[in-house]
Design a protein around this ligand. Structure first.
Ligand code: SAH
Ligand code: SF4
Ligand code: F3S
Length: 444
């Protein structure tokens, strides 16, 4: 009989951004330390943590349907904790709407889960959405497990307050984790098998810290230090704000071999009036200038971005400016979204909310353009020889799947294993993936 009083198994389900995935991993490690085991695939867990995302409407609605789906055939429910950004934004509402939820825990408070589980076991419903001054990271267990690619959150929160966005409210003010802690965590991840580390932050390139000699450094300083870890082969970072692309970081793209040629730099829109209304504090031109500098440092860099269509007041002509910007950049990969009004953000009450059908028409046009560019970028890679970090088996026997330096999914056949860094020749490309021929294990 599954126990909600003294849970023996857990499942953590993370939605949203990579930082949520990172938090989910750390919650899992914390629960494991309490002697709670991961529930085997396909089996009910005693404790379910829904690690939620609040960025767009559907993301939040999903939480309630997920809670409903956790109800078992006999009418009972596991012990349910709602974590993440919906927990932070709508904790009280969740407690009211979903009696099955016994715990609500915000992104800055999840180190307190063990105590909350104890209280919930005593029959109480507990909410903790504090943003305590003490950092949760110090209270979490040290990292001991890792796949070939690892996430490492270096910076949390956002001070930028784009007028459409909930992140500054759900994640709080910008905080950089200390340099020494990050170097230590990175080394542990590499010892546990990581070959690639993705540095994460809502505004990752705003990270700053003091290096071992007490000098103030930016993200490039941290990247240069991590590049010294012998068994670490690749470093990436995401997500960056255009205004925080410091010259030092751009130079690192030219100088640090382990820093991969990929940059996710969201622009959101191509019209300066819309960008101003979004409070983005950059223009289309200043954004393109940053990209020029990045390309001068690393000519083969793969560029990626985020777009919002149908921001309140966006006219057809302003949307055309977004398409023009897309043409000017030639992205390798992008994410695009219909504007979703979020309660409590300034844009939600702005005049000129764009009708749904207009948004649909715009996003289809945008995605067609982005899809064309992504396919073109992949096809231009054909014939190149590059490293691939092997991530998992492919669909067919003997087939493997990994990532190119430009973050493309690459398939090939060969006698390799997960975590290998191999050399391939890219042979055929489509929109989503590239097939390749194995040349040699790069690091046998
Ligand atoms: N910190 C990052 C990412 C924030 S969220 C950044 O500043 O770029 C990821 C993306 O979700 C954003 O870049 C934006 O494109 C999209 N997004 C955020 N709020 C949104 C909203 N209310 N409606 C639609 N898309 C949104
Ligand atoms: Fe949201 Fe803007 Fe901050 Fe990105 S920079 S997290 S879009 S407020
Ligand atoms: Fe979603 Fe929160 Fe990340 S709203 S995108 S989980 S920061």
């Amino acid at each position: 009989m599954p126990s909600t009083q003294n849970p023996r198994t857990y499942r953590v389900k993370s939605f949203g951004c990579q930082m949520n995935v990172y938090d989910g991993e750390r919650m899992a490690e914390l629960l494991a330390e309490q002697g709670i085991a991961a529930a085997p695939e396909g089996e009910d867990a005693d404790l379910v943590v829904l690690n939620t995302c609040h960025i767009r409407e559907k993301a939040a609605e999903k939480v309630y349907s997920d809670i409903g789906r956790l109800r078992r055939a006999d009418g009972s429910s596991p012990l349910i904790a709602v974590a993440g950004c919906v927990a932070q934004a709508e904790g009280n509402e969740i407690m009211k709407r979903a009696p099955a939820v016994k715990m609500v825990v915000g992104p800055q408070a999840y180190h307190r889960l063990p105590d909350m589980i104890r209280e919930a076991g005593e029959g109480r419903r507990v909410t903790d959405t504090d943003m305590p001054a003490e950092t949760k990271f110090g209270a979490l267990p040290k990292r001991r497990r890792s796949g070939p690619t690892a996430f490492l959150t270096v910076q949390e929160g956002c001070d930028r307050f784009c007028t459409y966005c909930v992140v500054p409210y759900t994640r709080g003010a910008e905080v950089s984790r200390p340099y020494a802690d990050l170097v230590d965590e990175a080394k542990r991840l590499v010892d546990a098998g990581a070959r690639e580390i993705m540095l994460l932050g809502q505004n990752v390139n705003a990270w700053t810290g003091e290096d071992a000699r007490g000098r103030r450094v930016g993200l490039d300083g941290l990247i240069r230090e991590l590049a010294g870890i012998a068994d670490l082969a690749r470093i990436r970072y995401t997500t960056s704000h255009p205004n925080d692309m410091a010259d030092g970081l751009i130079a690192a793209h030219a100088e640090v071999e382990k820093l991969m040629p990929y940059l996710h730099l969201p622009v959101q829109a191509g019209s300066d009036r819309v960008l101003k209304a979004m409070n983005r504090s950059h223009t289309a031109e200043s954004y393109l200038k940053v990209l020029d500098k990045v390309r001068a440092a690393r000519p083969d860099i793969a560029l990626s971005g985020d777009f919002i269509v149908g921001f309140p007041g966006e006219t057809d002509a302003e949307f055309e400016d977004t398409l023009k910007l897309v043409d000017a950049v030639g992205y390798a990969q992008c994410f695009s979204f219909k504007y979703s009004p979020r309660a409590g953000t300034p844009a939600a009450t702005m005049a000129g909310q764009v009708p749904a059908e207009v948004m649909t028409e715009r996003i289809l046009r945008l995605q067609a353009a982005l899809g064309r560019d992504q396919t073109a970028f992949n096809q231009a890679s054909v014939g190149k020889t590059c490293d691939v970090l092997v991530e998992r088996k492919g669909k067919f026997p003997g087939q493997w799947l990994g990532k190119s330096p430009w973050l493309q999914s690459v398939y090939f056949d060969g006698d390799v294993t997960v975590g290998d860094l191999v050399t391939v020749e890219l042979t055929e490309a489509g929109y989503n993936a590239i097939s390749a021929r194995l040349l040699s294990p790069a690091h046998p």
